[in-house]
Design a protein around this ligand. Structure first.
Ligand code: ATP
Ligand code: MG
Length: 192
């Protein structure tokens, strides 16, 4: 019997995770797979609302310890899903005033128990342009040097996740105009 997959997909803002995941879910649903896709950030905000928060922008202004609590509650919701394939759209780290804060600390990984990690990357210039043209989001001001640094931090964070969980990391480049190819590559690589 095929084992259920819990795939955690990370990438810095604007790399194209949500675009890629939407394509992957579309393909999997066409193949009649029972798949659940969730954005960790959206889920955290839903949990925060249940705890009295009203504005999404208040979320990142909470103390790290309060955010950790919400992170844990969101992880527990995800762990409650038993679909054949659960795909989590998240960040390996979050920029906080105190420094890079892990999106997947050990206590969260122990709850979610990922079977696979996918680390999405792209050329820094492409990421820069995607952030610039995407006006549906209110992104921080950005430079190429910052993007390169973030890609470096992502690589360290996701390696740590692999070591903690024993789950493999698949690196994927989301080339300009090639979302479908990247989606196919991920599906084949992790046998979805
Ligand atoms: P965030 O972490 O902020 O949610 P994200 O990684 O989910 O960001 P998306 O919102 O999926 O990023 O994509 C950002 C922008 O880049 C969008 O305008 C999207 O259409 C575009 N984009 C994504 N992938 C590609 C691609 N392969 N080629 C061209 N444009 C792309
Ligand atoms: Mg997204």
């Amino acid at each position: 019997m095929a084992e259920n997959k819990r795939v955690v997909m990370v990438g810095i803002p604007g790399v194209g995770k949500t675009t890629l995941l939407t394509k992957i879910v579309e393909i999997l649903k066409n193949h009649k797979k029972n798949v659940y896709m969730v954005s960790y950030g959206t889920l955290m905000f839903e949990v925060a609302k249940e705890n009295g928060l009203t504005d999404r922008d208040e979320l990142r202004k909470l103390s790290v310890s309060e955010q950790q609590k919400l992170q844990k509650l969101a992880a527990e919701k995800i762990a409650g899903h038993d679909e054949e394939i659960v795909i989590i759209d998240t960040h390996a780290f979050i920029n906080s005033p105190e420094g890079y804060y892990p999106g997947l600390p050990e206590h969260v990984l122990k709850i979610i128990k990922p079977t696979n990690f996918v680390s999405v990357s792209a050329k820094p210039e492409e990421i820069y342009n995607r952030r610039m043209k995407d006006d549906t989001r209110n992104r921080d001001k950005i430079t190429l040097a910052v993007i390169k640094k973030e890609l470096d931090v992502q690589s360290g964070m996701i390696s740590a996740c692999a070591v903690i969980t024993g789950a493999p990391v698949r690196l994927v480049l989301n080339h300009e105009g090639k979302v479908e190819e990247a989606a196919d590559k991920i599906i084949r690589a992790i046998g979805l």
